[in-house]
Design a protein around this ligand. Structure first.
Ligand code: DGL
Length: 266
């Protein structure tokens, strides 16, 4: 199969897959959701890095053109300790930081993410490399992932919890916020209610598409013939519901339960 591999700790990366599929409808995608081992965001970078190595080795057996690390926590682990690979590995942190620097009018940038992402300071380093005078304020928002998984997307409780996490960084007069976690773009409307429409929200998949375009490896035909193969390391009927909720009108061709420990390990 000639495809682009995408992986995430779970279903959140489907927001990235959806954006990629909308840009390249004729391309084939293999998406691996490491649902047996999620969440990644509360784990150490060393553990996350080991998971990334296994995921990538498994995905490479599909004959890929590139691997997209859709998970922010996984992207930070790979940035900290790059992996040698026969195909390009793209992450979401570098393009997310670049987009924020481009969009921000006063270079006062907020970063929201999991604890792994925030504590690694990967976004802070990437922003300061591009804009040394930028002021970057971070906040981990660990409760947002379960809220999205629960489907409490535009809910008064969710809005309150968003306020609780974001209130502190708003004091720093930030003009741009990076949604540094796969699940957060799903909460965009609720986040806007809290931060106001004058604060720009950056979804890293925008910049990721530019990075992939530069490689010129994706099928540019416009006819919708590409296949989406979904793989997961644990399966429950509830999970399939969440897959459908996050992919919305984007159809997938197959969903398969895999065992990363059984084979293909590097
Ligand atoms: N995919 C993760 C991320 O973007 C969020 C979910 C998790 O913690 O596994 O950081």
């Amino acid at each position: 199969m000639n495809a682009i591999g995408v992986f995430d700790s779970g279903v959140g990366g489907l927001t990235v897959l959806k954006a990629l599929k909308a840009r390249w409808p004729a391309e084939n995608f293999v998406y691996l959701a490491d649902t047996a081992r999620l969440p990644y965001g509360s784990k150490s970078l060393g553990t996350i890095h080991n998971y990334c190595t296994q995921n990538i080795n498994y995905l490479l057996t599909f004959g890929l053109k590139a691997v997209v690390v859709a998970c922010n926590s996984a992207s930070t682990a790979i940035l900290e300790k790059p992996l040698a690979c026969s195909v390009p590995i793209l992450n979401v942190v570098a393009p997310g930081a670049r987009k924020a620097v481009e969009i921000s009018t006063r270079q006062r940038i907020g970063v929201l993410g999991t604890r792994a992402t925030v504590y690694s300071k990967a976004y802070v380093h990437a922003i300061l490399r591009l804009s040394p005078d930028a002021m970057v304020t971070q906040a981990p928002c660990p409760l947002w992932v379960p809220l999205v998984e629960e489907g409490w997307i535009d809910d008064p409780i969710t809005n309150l919890i968003i306020y609780r996490y974001v209130g502190a960084i708003l004091k720093h007069q930030i003009d741009t916020i990076i949604l540094g976690c796969t699940h957060y773009p799903v909460l965009r409307n609720s986040i806007v209610k809290v931060v106001g429409s004058e604060v720009a929200l950056v979804d890293s998949s925008l910049g990721l598409i530019e990075d992939l375009e530069k490689l010129k490896i994706c099928n540019e035909e416009k006819s919708n013939i590409g296949k989406i193969k979904l793989l997961c390391t644990d399966f429950s009927p509830r999970m399939e519901e969440t897959f459908r909720l996050l992919l919305a009108e984007t159809e997938y061709d197959s969903l398969e339960l895999i065992d990363l420990n059984a084979e293909h390990l590097g």
